[in-house]
Design a protein around this ligand. Sequence first.
Ligand code: DX5
Ligand code: ZN
Length: 215
Amino acid sequence: MRAIAPSILSADFGHLYDEITRINDSEADYFHVDVMDGVFVPNISFGFPIMEPLKKYAKKPLDVHLMIVHPEKYVERFCDAGAWSVGFHLEATDDPMPALNLIKAKGVRTCLTINPDIAVERLLPYLDKVDMVLLMSVFAGFGGQKFIPETMDKIRYVRREIDRCGLPTLIEVDGGVTKDNANDIFAAGADVLVAGSAVFHSQDPTGVIRAMKYA
Ligand code: DX5
Ligand code: ZN
């Protein structure tokens, strides 16, 4: 699968409706929604108020990426707010299973993510328990960072494990994705690429999305 999830974090919030419409009319597959609490990451983005216009106007599924402590406290509210998928960081919990079970009980897809400094092996016990794993290719917290090249080997490693076990689990990659590296990231085994600044800071977001998808 080659799916593109533009990150609304890099959108122009003064023209959010237009930005949403532009993504609706593009070949993007999801809206990626980056929620930051200022504690798990050194930045604060947005929360439930932004889910409202997204739920109302977005015509593609909302892929919510929680960069927050205590995700188990909030995952159900994000499900109720219209999320199609809810993901949180493995390293933000002692045990991710309670939060994963709350998401599943809502009938919403689950995603578990790790920052670049977390051993990728720690995801393995959960590959058969989630719908998607998200490998961060930058440190969570800010858009516009450079893709960390070591992520490529991690993608290949997780791809091999998923295929070896015959699992349907998707691999999402987030951070520093551009139309120049998208093809290599897909080729390494990724299914979903998140792109923020490469899409929204471009003169031609629709063209960038197409270029990434069919790179
Ligand atoms: C980073 C976020 C990313 C970010 C990606 O903490 O999780 O989704 O918006 O932005 P770019 O594509 O600009 O690296
Ligand atoms: Zn993200």
